[in-house]
Write a protein that binds this ligand. Structure first.
Ligand code: URA
Length: 436
């Protein structure tokens, strides 16, 4: 495809050719914004076919992009669809995805109880990671879609709304992400940074805290890759006038004990009532204090105290009740299946390693997640771990309770996800680094 450029990005009369752009990138040469715009919007409009876009994505994956290219790519994807403007300041907390990650369900009402406005758009799960919207839909009646007007009214009335994506946000990312998924080009820092940040910048938040998961259950498996991704995302946020903080956190084991939709909502409720697992509590306190700092300028030490107190007092739970009622849900109606099986340890020792990806995959196979967009979720199934890294285990003790329904459970698969040591093992660090 050829066009004669006649816009702000290029000189009038320039000719552009997708083959030249692919060639340029595959030789490691920086693309200008006009070229990026031409390729991305040409693909969105159907003028550039999948095979040429795939070649360009692979060239980007192999040769990388400069910061300027990543910023330009983010801007092009951001403006490919609607850009929401809220009538108030709202702080977004985004997770790059992990297993058992129910943090949003705890943090959103908790922060609203502390006076931070939360208008949060969340996604559904795909593959081994869960999605907040699927989890919330395990609450009978809970409505996850609404108009922008109703979202603004709800946040005005009670300070918080949790909804699925509205409008036509970042159609370029939607189309390109689907192609990346089938061309082995998901794993690229420039493509991940621009994909995440274009959606964040389009969804109306004024400041952003990103929980960047690192470990064997996360997209980023090494700290060095995660640091680079964080650096780029923070820079994009800053240049867009939306202060962004990235927190690098551990995903070498599921977060908390529960994995599966209704089970995770129940664990979130316990956490909001002050009875949460240590790692989830710690994460909520760390992320929550950064959100308070971003929203109100509260010094971090003071912000930590506010969040801890709100957890102890149960004020976030009261806000969750209010939120669920407003969105037509019924917390008392949450159900988990009554068919359970225990996975017993076959040795004495200490838990040394948990294959988190495998736990996520098993939960998905039980029906807690989906492999393709059209799979139907069973909210009532999942797993509750009883042991995590560093815990002592006796032969015959239960490691996991599996909640199953119509799909078979292969107990040996669950057991295989655990590695034991005869020697004591220290608990893993939860927060690796905060990058701002
Ligand atoms: N999440 C996103 O939204 N985009 C990516 O590319 C990877 C994770």
């Amino acid at each position: 495809m050829w066009v004669v450029l006649d816009n702000v990005f290029g000189k009038k009369g320039d000719k552009m050719d997708i083959l030249e752009i692919i060639e340029k990138k595959s030789n490691g040469i920086e693309l200008n914004k006009a070229e990026i715009d031409f390729a991305v919007m040409g693909y969105v409009n159907g003028e550039i076919p999948d095979y040429q876009m795939s070649a360009l994505l692979m060239a980007i994956k192999l040769k990388g992009m400069t910061d300027k290219e990543i910023i330009d790519l983010t801007d092009v994807m951001l403006h490919s669809g609607d850009v929401i403007e809220l009538g108030f300041d709202s702080i977004d907390k985004h997770s790059t995805g992990g297993v058992g990650d129910k943090t949003t369900i705890v943090l959103a009402p908790l922060m609203a109880a502390l006076g931070v406005k939360i208008a949060k758009m969340s996604g559904r799960g795909l593959g081994h990671t869960g999605g907040t919207i699927d989890k919330l839909e395990s609450i009978p009646g809970f409505q996850t879609s609404m108009t922008l007007e109703n979202l603004e009214k709800q946040v005005d009335d009670i300070g918080v709304a949790l909804v699925s994506q509205m409008g036509n946000l970042c159609p370029a990312d939607k189309k390109i992400y689907a192609l990346r998924d089938v061309t082995s080009t998901v794993d690229s820092i420039p493509l991940i940074a621009s994909s995440i940040m274009s959606k964040k910048l389009a969804s109306g938040a004024s400041k952003i805290v990103i929980d960047l998961k690192v470990g064997n259950g996360a997209l980023m498996t090494t700290l060095s890759e995660a640091k680079e991704l964080a650096r780029v995302m923070v820079k994009i946020g800053q240049l867009s006038g939306k202060e962004t903080i990235c927190v690098l956190t551990n995903m070498d084991e599921p977060l908390g004990y529960a994995v599966g939709n209704a089970l995770e909502v129940l664990e979130s409720i316990a956490t909001l009532k002050g009875n949460g697992p240590d790692d989830l509590n710690d994460l909520v306190i760390n992320l929550g204090s950064l959100m308070l700092y971003l929203d109100k300028g509260t010094p971090i030490e003071e912000a930590i105290e506010y969040v801890e107190n709100a957890l102890k007092m149960g004020s976030g739970y009261e806000k969750l009740e209010e939120l669920v009622k407003y969105q037509n849900g019924d917390l008392a109606g949450i159900k988990v299946t009554d068919k359970t099986v225990e996975v017993l340890s076959d040795k004495d020792g200490y838990i040394k390693h948990i294959d988190t990806l495998k736990i996520g995959e098993i939960a998905r196979k039980l029906g807690a997640g989906r492999l393709t967009k059209n799979d139907v979720i069973n909210p009532a199934v999942g797993m509750v771990l009883h042991k995590k890294i560093g815990d002592k285990v006796l032969n015959g003790e239960s490691l996991v309770t599996v909640y199953y329904d119509d799909k078979p459970v292969i107990v040996s698969d669950v057991l295989d996800a655990f590695t034991f040591s005869e020697n004591e093992v220290s608990k893993p660090e939860l927060i690796y680094e905060i990058i701002k």
